[in-house]
Structure formats: structure tokens, C-alpha cells
Design a protein around this ligand. Sequence first.
Ligand code: TYD
Length: 201
Amino acid sequence: MFITIDGPDGTGKTTLAHKLAENLQAQGLPAVYTCEPTDSELGRRIRTILREGGCELGRLTDLFVEDRAGHIRSFIEPCCRQGQLVICDRYKYSTICYQHLQGEPIERLLERNRNFLAPDLAVILCTNDAGLLLERIGRRGLGADLFESRKTIENSIALYRRMPEFFPEENFHYIDSKLPLEETAAQLSELIRQNFSAKKD
Ligand code: TYD
């Protein structure tokens, strides 16, 4: 089973994805955490570019797409075939949102991502409170990367709200990122556990 966790910066995706994997493992389910950009050499190169720039936009999209294709082929699909429950922190929805914010047309981004595996469940962690997200990003003290300004966050919230329009066949589940993370993780674990059991029967 394949579950993705996506949403604007500062919503707590990474913490939630780890927490979810832990909860599911504690219930005896074979959950694994993974993320994009991946921790492969290509994924690390992408993170450097995001920090330092120096890559033309179309090329950056190509790198994300290439990283994703390798991730699906060498990790996500084999894990799913073995009956594992893959929790993926960011997926194709991030490319649609962030590379569009950088200036790529939506149609081109959808085209480039069209053939990628649809998750069984695409969780979008979101809030309309851009100020709260900015504050959380600031508290991390890591320095803002190129997507972390107020206007960009507001635009990314709007784009994440439109994902069901871009992927009408997919199974989205929106969660308010203002809810306590523990509560969200517990609710999601239950939802996933039920779906996982139903899928196996
Ligand atoms: P990440 O390290 O997961 O940051 P965060 O902790 O904020 O979620 O992701 C790094 C950045 O990569 C993030 O700002 C969004 C960006 N990104 C894209 O622009 N396109 C993509 O396809 C993906 C997967 C990430």
C-alpha cells in the first residue's frame, strides 16, 4: 500500500510521516518511511541546488522527475509488492506546486508526472493560515530556502487545494495542520489500518 504526505512548508509533514510509520509499526504493520527528494546521490544534488540555485528551471523539474522515477522503480514498487506500507514524505504533488510557483506551466508538469503511480491515499496537510506556517518555518532556524516567503506560502496553499482538480481520479484526504499532530497521526493510522486490512482480504 502506498501513502503520500504532502502540503505546504511548515505544516509538519515530516514529523507526521515519521509518527505515522511508528504508529503503524507499533500495531504490527510493515510500515516504511521514505521521502522526496530521495537520499540518493541525485536527491542530494537536488537539495544542494535548492539551497544554492544555479540550475535552469526546466532542468530542475527534470531532476525531480528523474529522482521520482528511480524512487518508484527501486524502492516504492518493490516495497509494495512485498506487502509493505510505504509512507512517502512529498511526492509528485510537490512538483506540481513548487515548480509551477517557479514558473513552469501546470500542463507541462502534469504531463511529466502523469504516468507515475497513483497513491492509495494522498494525504494533504494544509491550513489557510499562512502566518502560522511562516512562523513555524522561522522557528526551525534553518534559513529560508527559495520557497519560504509569505506570498509563496499563500500561493502554495491555493495550489494544494486544487490537487483534486489536477488529479480527479486520485484519493485525496485533506487534514487541517492546526490539529495536534498526535491526534492527526492516530486518526490517520486507524484509516490506513482499515484500508490495509480491507486490501489484504
Ligand atoms: P524537504 O527537505 O522535504 O523540505 P521540507 O522539510 O520543507 O518539507 O524538501 C525540500 C524542498 O524541495 C521543499 O522546499 C520543496 C521542494 N520540492 C520541490 O520543489 N519539488 C518536488 O518535486 C519535491 C519533491 C520537493
